[in-house]
Structures are given as C-alpha cells and as structure tokens.
Unconditional design. Structure first.
Length: 178
C-alpha cells in the first residue's frame, strides 16, 4: 500500500495578509477615492466657469475684430443716445450712447454713412450694422446677437464700444477715425 504524500507545509498556516496590511490597503484606497472625487468636482466647477465665460473666449474676439476694422476705416463719427436719434441727426452725446453714426470717404470723393446701433426689439438684444440709403430706407445685418447690452462713448477722438455679455462679462473695444 502506498503512503500518502507528506504535506509540503505541514504545521504552517497558508500564506496570507495580516489584518494590519489589509486595513492599511483599504485606508489607502479610500484616501485615493476621496482625492479623485474632489478632483472630479473641481474639474466640473472649472468647466462650468469656462462655459459661463464663453462670450469672452469665443464671441467677443470675433466681434472685436469686426468692430475694430469698421471703426478704424471710418473718417469720423458721432455717438447718439439711440438709433432713432442717430437717424434723425439729433445732438450727439459723449457717453452712454446706444448708436454710433460712422462716415466713410468713398473713392469718388463722396461721403457714405453707416450706423451701428443696439437693437432691443423682439426680446433679444442685438448689435446691428445699418446702411442708410438716399431714399430714407435702411438695410441692416446683425453684428452680434450674443450680447446683453452695448454702449458707445467717445473721449479725445477715440470711439469706445463697451459690450456686456450674457453673464455680466464686460469688454471694451476702441478705435477711431483715421
């Protein structure tokens, strides 16, 4: 008859982790999990903040580029309290205007008038560029519909347009007649 084979580790317990080692590992995993949750919350907060500032990072540079080119090509300008007062030719204002009338010299030595004004109709605030025609009519296109408000002012011959974004952001673009 054959004898049973002897156990290799007779009298010794099977290899395992101690209670202290397991407790330390679990505590370390809990600390890492907590740190990851805090980092995730911070990331979400930063992404929400970046989304709220979208006007300044995406829309405002495009508006500023367009306004800068228009302002710098004009020969002279007048700031008015409103679109209607600009069209009527009322007395200009120095600050707090909602419209600016721009004058450009054409190649044929004539002067062309354009108007940039804040349009609050329809529940949405828009910045519009108007072309005034000889028959009294006007055509327009939207410079931006992503603003909450805009004001124009002039100081020492420099035209400034202050735009307010939908979340209260504020940025000012300046330019002037040649």
């Amino acid at each position: 008859m054959k004898k049973p084979l002897p156990k290799a580790h007779a009298g010794r317990a099977a290899p395992a982790f101690t209670l202290l080692e397991i407790s330390s590992a679990i505590a370390l995993m809990l600390i890492l999990a907590t740190a990851l949750i805090v980092m995730l919350q911070q990331h979400v907060a930063f992404m929400e903040m970046a989304q709220r500032q979208k006007f300044l990072t995406n829309d405002a540079p495009q508006i500023g580029s367009l306004l800068g080119r228009i302002f710098n090509q004009s020969d002279h300008f007048f700031v008015y309290a409103s679109h209607d007062s600009a069209v009527a030719g009322d007395a200009p204002v120095l600050s707090g205007g909602k419209a600016v009338r721009l004058f450009f010299h054409a190649a044929d030595q004539t002067s062309k008038e354009r108007l940039i004004a804040v349009d609050d109709s329809g529940g949405t605030t828009r910045l519009r560029f108007y072309t005034l025609h000889a028959d009294g009519s006007e055509t327009s296109w939207v410079v931006s519909d992503k603003i909450k408000d805009a004001t124009f002012s002039t100081s020492e011959g420099i035209l400034a347009a202050t735009l307010e974004g939908p979340n209260g952001e504020e940025i000012t673009y300046s330019g002037g007649g040649r």
